[in-house]
Design a binder for this molecule. Structure first.
Ligand code: IMP
Length: 431
């Protein structure tokens, strides 16, 4: 095998952690290619519930080497805390590496994130306030600080960079936001401490990953967020700032498209979105509330209640094609167990037009009406099914209809949080 990418086909929170964890049972290397502390992946093992942010989900297997790739933005104190918490709770963790090219979320980034959100007021994006957007803005503006710049020996270089950068940030803090400036010497002291603490993990990740592929290791790239939050193809500007797509996963992990064998798109059996922005199938009624409570739809990173809606096959087909998905995983099917009927959105009606793909113009979403197909529910407990044939007929029909609409075989179905609660179809873990 080879290389499999696991990515989100909706607006994030699809359950990628669970699917990666299942596939990682037979993987050697798991890489995170994008995102930052904004991401939250929940994995449930026999040892309990683990909430991961930048560390790939494979870390819970001692045999897995986990790599935080160049496309990630890392907050050193958050990463060090995440490592310490994991070590406290789980003694047999896999090896962890961090790319020397990954960007650093500096202390001014979360502040800028918060102040900008405040300035936008009602037009706010609803970011996770972790500094993700400002860190990637600095990366693209070619003034970012990278992990390599924090390491022992790079102090003079880092000072030089910050001497240019910090006055610009402080001008914004003082004159635009009316806040206190950041002290250069204090920042350099903090950075040196982070560099010393992180140094044992830092490697040229893209070289490590290429060597692993050349040696025939089984590699998973676990992308964060979902394609509908992509800067180019998502509901811009209500998107995140690093690419959650298969192409972005290749870029962030240091893997070529020609090296990828499997692209596993993860979809929740309904849709959720956290933060602001268009959501055509959003439910504002009791069913939405029921799914939110049953599905514990509260953000892993921020604890915010997630917005909940019916499965959006327009968005799902769009992301399936953009990512070249070779298969899909459908998670949380069991959450739909009590519903008498279930809807799937098969088109967006805009005036007398029927759209088959999400439009670029964000203002159009205000007038879009989802076109629904209604399927009968199964009203029984699916959480113990050991195979696809053990699922109720209506549940199988629901899965098959989604499969038809998105044009990708659904090979894994999540029916509960535990590791064993996955129904496998056609495919197994990495062969
Ligand atoms: P940012 O990534 O913190 O800048 O937030 C931008 C948008 O992406 C907001 O709507 C966030 O709620 C959303 N977002 C970021 N990370 C995640 C995630 O891991 N799951 C779901 N939504 C996310």
């Amino acid at each position: 095998m080879p290389v499999a990418i696991v990515l989100g086909g909706q607006w994030g929170d699809e359950g990628k952690g669970k699917i990666t964890d299942a596939l990682a049972a037979s993987a050697d290397v798991v890489i995170r290619p994008n995102g930052s502390t904004n991401a939250g992946h929940t994995v449930v093992t026999d040892d309990g519930v683990f909430k991961l942010h930048v560390i790939p989900s494979g870390v819970l297997y001692p045999h897995c080497t986990c790599v935080i790739g160049a496309g990630v933005a890392v907050s050193p104190p958050d990463l060090l805390r995440e490592i310490a918490t994991l070590r406290e709770r789980h003694s047999r963790l896999g090896q962890l590496y961090l790319s020397d090219r990954a960007h650093v979320i500096m202390p001014y980034h979360p502040l800028l994130d918060a102040y900008e959100e405040q300035r936008r007021g009602a037009a706010g994006i609803g970011t996770t306030l972790r500094g993700n957007g400002p860190a990637f803005t600095d990366k693209v503006a070619r003034r970012g600080i990278r992990v390599a710049d924090l390491l022992p020996g790079a102090e003079a270089f880092l000072r030089q960079k910050l001497e240019i950068l910090l006055p610009e940030k402080n001008t914004l803090f003082v004159h635009l936001y009316g806040r206190e400036p950041i002290d250069l010497e204090e920042l350099l002291r903090e950075a040196r401490y982070w560099g010393e603490q992180l140094a044992p993990y830092v490697i040229a990740a893209e070289v490590f990953v290429q060597d692993a592929i050349a040696a025939g290791k089984r590699v998973i790239v676990e992308a964060a967020q979902g394609t509908m939050l992509d800067l180019d193809y998502g509901t811009y500007p209500y998107v995140t700032s690093s690419p959650p797509t298969a192409a972005g996963a290749c870029q962030g992990a240091g893997i070529a498209p020609t090296q990828v064998d499997r692209v596993v798109g993860v979809f929740k059996a309904y849709t959720t979105r956290v933060g602001a922005g268009p959501f055509p199938t959003e439910l504002h009624d009791d069913i939405g509330q029921l799914l939110r409570e049953r599905g514990r739809e509260y953000g892993t990173t921020t604890g915010r209640p997630r917005r909940v809606g019916w499965f959006d096959a327009v968005a799902a087909r769009y992301t399936a094609r953009l990512n070249g998905m070779t298969e899909a995983a459908l998670t949380k099917l069991d959450m739909l167990d009590p519903l008498p009927e279930i809807r799937i959105c098969t088109g967006y009606r805009l005036g007398n037009q029927l759209l088959s793909a999400p439009p670029a113009r964000i203002d159009l979403y205000e007038t879009i009406e989802p076109v629904y197909e209604t399927l009968p529910g199964w009203r029984s407990d699916t959480s113990h099914a050991a195979s696809f044939s053990e699922l109720p007929l209506e549940a199988r029909r629901y899965v098959e209809r989604i499969e038809e609409l998105i044009g990708v075989p659904i090979t894994m179905i999540g029916i509960g949080p535990a590791r064993r609660q996955i129904v496998w179809r056609h495919a197994e873990a990495l062969a």
